[in-house]
Design a protein around this ligand. Structure first.
Ligand SMILES: Nc1ncnc2c1ncn2[C@@H]1O[C@H](COP(=O)(O)OP(=O)(O)OP(=O)(O)O)[C@@H](O)[C@H]1O
Length: 238
């Protein structure tokens, strides 16, 4: 199998401070990785390092065999890294459609396919970015990243702050994009039990280092491991 992403002993952070303490992982093409861990363990820093917006200290990043470690963020996007940051960064004064066409690159993902995936975006295509609900903004952020036709999609807590029904709608769409269409992806998510069923591999970070690496299905079945490393959401009691 071809690896879409290989990081080797990656150390990075902000200025002189290192947050990542040597991350080595491989993601095969077409697979989805759930990136888990408690608050402040370095998940966002890892994804931001892949996107090229932190300070690189040592180690390497290869995307489909190409060394992208030293590339600037815009060059990484062009090389195939599609990034949906935690802040979403929607252009507020552009319409939904303009947000997506502004940065489009040719490939299988175009407006028509994204509207199929997110019918809500089609309904809202003439609305401005600042007229959207949180869930619609997140769908737009995912749609916009897909318009670049990336090789690897990075999703930083896509469901954060969304109503439960919207969380399910968004995760179902993400599953159609990844497992359905074969997009390789890394998803940061607080709700382990929501993301593990729709991912292949799982990594848990603690203090900038990998403390678990394995199959999502195995982690999902291991309550004690989940409890040890993650704030596991309890079943609702009535
Ligand atoms: N811009 C920054 N400058 C300096 N340190 C930062 C910056 N952003 C994050 N950090 C530090 O890096 C460490 C890891 O933070 P990071 O946001 O990567 O964790 P996380 O696992 O994504 O947590 P969360 O779930 O809260 O987003 C924390 O100690 C944090 O204080």
């Amino acid at each position: 199998m071809t690896a879409v992403l290989v990081t080797d002993t990656l150390v990075a952070g902000y200025g002189e401070a290192s947050v990542l303490a040597g991350i080595s992982l491989t993601l095969d093409e077409g697979k989805t990785l759930a990136l888990l861990g408690r608050n402040g363990t370095g998940k966002t820093t890892f994804v931001n390092t892949l996107a090229g917006v932190t300070t690189h200290h040592s180690g390497s990043i290869h995307l489909l065999g190409k060394d992208v470690t030293k590339l600037r963020a815009d060059r990484r996007a062009a090389a195939g890294i599609g990034w949906v940051p935690q802040e979403r960064n929607i252009f507020k004064s552009l319409t939904v459609e303009e947000n997506m066409t502004a940065i489009a690159r040719p490939g299988m993902w175009n407006l028509e396919r994204i509207y199929q995936m997110f019918p809500r975006l089609k309904e809202r295509r003439k609305n401005l970015g600042n007229q959207l609900s949180g869930g619609e903004q997140q769908m737009l952020a995912v749609g916009r990243a897909l318009m670049v036709n990336p090789k690897l999609l990075l999703l930083d807590e896509p469901t954060e702050g969304l109503a439960p029904i919207i969380v399910d709608e968004l995760l179902a769409a993400i599953q159609r994009i990844t497992q359905g269409e074969g997009m390789s992806a890394i998803i940061i998510e607080q709700k382990a039990k929501k993301v593990l069923p729709l991912s292949d591999d799982a990594v848990i970070l603690d203090r900038g280092a990998i403390v678990y690496q394995g199959k999502s299905a195995d982690l999902l079945a291991d309550e004690s491991l989940l409890g040890q490393h993650l704030a596991v959401e309890k079943a609702a009691r009535h």
